[in-house]
Ligand binder design. Structure first.
Ligand code: GUN
Length: 298
C-alpha cells in the first residue's frame, strides 16, 4: 500500500487558523498586533521567494509587518544598526534576517546581535542552548524543526524509544531537530543518530530508521533501497532542479526520490507541500508567542 502523505499544507492551514483567532484576541486585549520585521539582503532568488511567502502569511494573519529589502552591498555595520533599532522598538516582537547573507557579512555576528527575546527564528545561541537544555519551552525553537515536530505530533507518530536518524547537521535543522527529538519528555524520547558528510556508511544508518529526517540539500541523496518498510520519512530538502517554462516557477525536488519511496515507507512528506509550509506556520506561531510575552499576556 502506498505511503500516507503527510500534508504540510493542510496541517499548516489548521495552525494558521488557530493563530488568526489568537491574533484577534491579542488585538482585542491590547490594541496591538504581533509585529514582525523581515530583513532580506541581496538578490538571492530562493531567499526572496521565502521572504515573500513569510510576509504574505504575516499579512494574512493581521500582523504589523515591516519588510526591509537591502542591496547586496549593504555593510555589516548598517545591518547591525538596523537590528539595534528594531531590538529597541516596542511594536516589534520578532526580527528575522533571511540567511544566507552576502559574502563579507559575518552571519554569526548578525544572528548574535538580534535580541534573543525577539529571535523568532530561534537561531541565537541562547535559544539553541535553551532548546538543548529543556526542549525550548522558555525560548524559541527554530521554525523548521518545530514544524517537523508538529507534523509528527499531529499525525500521531510514536517517538518514544523510536530510532530516529537525521541526515544533516546544520544549526538550522539537523542539530536542533536531533536535540528536540532526544528530549526526555512525553512528546519525544527518541534514540537519535545524526549523520553527515563524514558518515562512513549512510545506507546502514538510514536502513535502521523508524523516522528518517533528511536535511542535506542534495537531490536523491537517500536511495529508496535504504528505506525501512513502514518508516516515516520527513524530507526537508528543497532543491531547485529546473524551471517550468510555462509558469516561470522553479521545479522543486526533495532529498529523497518521492515516487519510489512512497511505495516502501509508511508515511512521507512531499516536496513541495510538506515541511516548507510548516516552517512558515511555526514562524508565525513564534511571533504570536513573542507578542504575548512582550505584551504581558503570557
Ligand atoms: N534560510 C533558510 N531557512 C531559513 C529560516 O528558517 N530563517 C532564516 N532567517 N533564514 C533561512
Amino acid at each position: 500500500m502506498p505511503a500516507k502523505i503527510l500534508d504540510g499544507t493542510a496541517i499548516s492551514r489548521q495552525i494558521l487558523d488557530e493563530l488568526r483567532a489568537e491574533v484577534g484576541e491579542i488585538v482585542k486585549k491590547t490594541g496591538k498586533a504581533p509585529g514582525l520585521v523581515t530583513i532580506l539582503v541581496g538578490n538571492n532568488p530562493a531567499s526572496a521567494s521565502y521572504v515573500a511567502s513569510k510576509v504574505k502569511t504575516a499579512e494574512s494573519l493581521g500582523f504589523h509587518e515591516v519588510q526591509i529589502n537591502l542591496p547586496e552591498e549593504t555593510t555589516e555595520a548598517e545591518l547591525h544598526a538596523l537590528i539595534e533599532k528594531y531590538n529597541e522598538d516596542d511594536d516589534v516582537h520578532g526580527i528575522l534576517v533571511q540567511l544566507p547573507l552576502p559574502k563579507g557579512i559575518n552571519e554569526k555576528a548578525i544572528v548574535n546581535a538580534i535580541d534573543p527575546d525577539k529571535d523568532v527564528d530561534g537561531f541565537h545561541p541562547l535559544n539553541l542552548g535553551k532548546l538543548l537544555a529543556s526542549g525550548g519551552k522558555d525560548g524559541f525553537v527554530p521554525c523548521t524543526p518545530a514544524g517537523i515536530k508538529e507534523i509528527l505530533r499531529r499525525t500521531g507518530v510514536n517517538l518514544d524509544g523510536a530510532e530516529v536518524v537525521v541526515v544533516g547537521r546544520s544549526n538550522i535543522v539537523g542539530k536542533p531537530i536531533a536535540g528536540l527529538l532526544a528530549q526526555k519528555d512525553d512528546t519525544a524520547n527518541a534514540t537519535v543518530t545524526i549523520t553527515h558528510t563524514g558518515t562512513k556508511d549512510l545506507a546502514f544508518h538510514c536502513r535502521r530508521a523508524d523516522v528518517l529526517v533528511v536535511a542535506a540539500g542534495v537531490p536523491g541523496l537517500v536511495k529508496p533501497e535504504w528505506l525501512k518498510p513502514g518508516a516515516c520519512v520527513i524530507d526537508v530538502g528543497v532543491n531547485r532542479i529546473g524551471m517550468n517554462e510555462k509558469t516561470g516557477k522553479a521545479i522543486l525536488s526533495g532529498d529523497v526520490d518521492f515516487a519510489r519511496a512512497r511505495e516502501i515507507v509508511g508515511m512521507i512528506t512531499p516536496v513541495p507541500g510538506g515541511v516548507g509550509p510548516m516552517t512558515i506556520a511555526m514562524l508565525m506561531k513564534n511571533t504570536v508567542r513573542s507578542a504575548k510575552r512582550h505584551l504581558g499576556l503570557e
